[in-house]
Design a protein around this ligand. Sequence first.
Ligand SMILES: [Zn+2]
Length: 307
Amino acid sequence: MSEAQATGDQNEKRIPALVLSGFLGSGKTTVVQHLLADAATRGIRIALISNELGELGIDRALMGQGGQSYIELEGGCVCCELSDDLLETLVELKRDVNPDRFVIETSGVALPYDTQLNFWREPACDFIGDDMAVVVVNADQLAEGRDLEGTFEDQVQSADLLILNKLDLVPEADWPAVEARLREIEPEAPLVRAVRGDVELDLLFPPDAGELDRRGETPATRPHSHEQFETSEWNPEPGMTSEAIEAHLASAGLLRAKGFARTGQGIRLVQVVGRRVEITEPDSAPPEELLGRIVLIRRSEGLHSHD
Ligand SMILES: [Zn+2]
């Protein structure tokens, strides 16, 4: 790597990365399709690395739009045998494509946390931004109690966010029991319900405050069949301590948050990813207009009662 690449310049952006795991048949490819379609219409460039060879569902036509790129990693699993290949692929894509987002679709048996660890290795840690592990769960598999031990447990327990998918295959009366079964395995990770992989994509790649400004006052009008979420902005008082910000966010019932705060200790990048609240020093000063603005995403109250 050249010195210029290693040090970066003012325009050097960090690239957010998503690990999407789940058993064969969980419907994770459908979630990828939604991400690609959304990116194509909004001019966002996704680099997709797929390790899922059994579930060929990627619509190649989508890959030709808006500079999306696609690499398959074959011959093993990205969380273990192919972890060096994954790291190398990330570096190559960064160099050759410099995408806006990375999406890694793992094999059905991969452990998302082990896959995620590669983002923290040199040199990926120099250019990967916020990262998240999402596990897609087939509600029908839970309802039938199939294969709920071993790998399934490990996957679910290392998720930052669980997507309980294919709920249309289970009678609505059984949804609480299905959720309870998942909660026995993983009591704490945020869980959202989905049909045909339709999830609020802001949960996977949250907008920053500038993006909220561009969207204006009108909420997204994209038709969707998933639970309703609300996106709002919080402006912590300048000089607030990191501890106070963390305490506020930890108790706010958030699924995600992202922004910059002026704390008593300096400017801090603030993120909520599932159960994690991360407050870190940014590697470069953020644009002035984003300072003191934290985007919050949570479930909308009152729109999802099941009485
Ligand atoms: Zn593996």
